[in-house]
Design a protein around this ligand. Structure first.
Ligand code: NAI
Length: 364
């Protein structure tokens, strides 16, 4: 080989080596994050979204069997049905995980006491688009009230009859809201726009909300007076099965129950019983008690062994969507932006408003 070519080749190899070393160095300085419950849209939004962090995407849910996948990472990024219970938290700490970042607002699936014990930071996306969830709740109400889901199928089938499509008007009805935080407040604003009377119950009522004419009442008063009852409180030990056999009895005959918050707020057996007895008039749910076995998956070719959802699916006055309240373009952009900021704050070791801990929240 001529000397010139030899020098050129050597220089080229030296540059390559330097680039590899630089890359390895920067990779080791980056936080390495393992994503669980990854859907194609998570990958689309997060992949190539940051040069400062290294991401690995796993489709599997996080649990005691899959936690090993997080080995070698600094943090994990999870969604609503990943179980970060004390056992998983202990295993995460043993493999050196220092961050649990939620791609959602609710954090009922994360054991905060265990996080504190093992010194693992927990961050979330507190508000990506409260309006997205509130608008979805209203879409469910309107669909059931005007039977547009049935009309759509009927017209496509060449059936233009109005028989059995008679609905009801929302204007003038009483709408009860349980939990008047960000989503509950957005829902109240929408409902007011329809000319409905809005009453609400919240463990910590908002003074601001009372001004535009929303009346706070006791939980039982709201149950008894609502034509439509919409749940917007978080799942806590306090709110688990907040809608049960007793509370359903206190609701108006023929009322509509809407749950876009968390499935376990509602005792599904009691709701099925109430629908069968024709006491509960309508049910609209975006969340379901046993949803972790079903939601976010295509099971269209599989026998569904969950008898309760199977039963709910055949009631003509029940509408189910599979946890899509959050799912708008705007929300996904905000979830990505806030989650990246959470990774940056974790990497920099600085405090964050998006942190959740026993110290910071009221119900731990
Ligand atoms: P938030 O924290 O802003 O509001 C929650 C409200 O519930 C607060 O005003 C709080 O005082 C109240 N509350 C707490 N305990 C209560 C109790 N025992 N009884 C009555 N009210 C109580 O939360 P945000 O952002 O409004 O979200 C609410 C819930 O919506 C989340 O916890 C989550 O479970 C659910 N969610 C569902 C989504 C979906 O895609 N379907 C997406 C995002 C959130």
């Amino acid at each position: 080989m001529a000397l010139g070519s030899y020098i050129e080749l050597r220089t080229f190899l030296e540059v390559i080596c330097l680039l590899i070393v630089m890359n390895l160095t920067s990779l080791s300085a980056m936080s390495k994050i393992a994503f669980f419950s990854t859907q194609s849209y998570d990958r689309r939004f997060f992949e190539n979204s940051s040069d400062a962090h290294h991401f690995e995407f796993f489709e599997t849910r996080l649990n005691t069997k899959t936690v090993g996948l997080a080995s070698g990472f600094d943090g994990i990024c999870v969604f609503v049905n990943d179980k970060v219970n004390p056992e998983v938290m202990k295993m995460l700490s043993e493999i050196g995980i220092k961050l649990v970042a939620l791609r959602c607002a609710g954090f009922n699936n994360v054991d905060l006491k265990a996080a504190e014990k093992y010194n693992i930071r927990v961050m979330r996306v507190p508000a990506y688009s409260p309006e997205a969830v509130a608008e979805h709740a209203m879409a469910l109400v309107m669909t059931l009230a005007r039977k547009t889901h049935k009309a759509y199928n009927r017209v496509r089938d060449g059936n233009f009859s109005l028989e059995r499509l008679n609905g009801f008007t929302i204007h003038g009805k009483t709408v009860g809201v349980i939990g008047t935080g960000k989503i509950g407040q957005a829902f109240c604003r929408i409902v007011k726009g329809f000319g409905a009377e809005v009453i609400a119950f919240d463990k910590y009522p908002s003074e601001e909300l009372q001004k535009p004419g929303i009346t706070y009442k006791s939980f039982n008063e709201v149950l008894g007076a609502s034509d439509i009852l919409s749940l917007h409180c978080p799942l806590t030990p306090d709110t688990h099965h907040i809608i049960n056999k007793d509370s359903l009895k206190k609701m108006k005959q023929g009322a509509m129950l809407v749950n876009t918050s968390r499935g376990k707020l509602v005792d599904t057996s009691a709701v099925i019983e109430s629908l069968k007895n024709e006491h509960l008039g309508f049910l609209a749910i975006d969340v379901y008690e046993q949803e972790e076995k079903l939601f976010f998956r295509d099971l269209s070719d599989i026998i569904i062994r969950d008898d309760q959802i199977a039963q709910l699916m055949i009631f003509p006055n029940v509408l189910i969507t599979a946890h899509q309240g959050f799912f708008t373009q705007e929300s996904m952009l905000e979830i990505t932006r806030t989650t990246l900021k959470n990774f940056d704050d974790f990497e920099a070791g600085v405090e964050s408003d998006n942190e959740v801990s026993c110290e910071l929240i009221k119900d731990c």
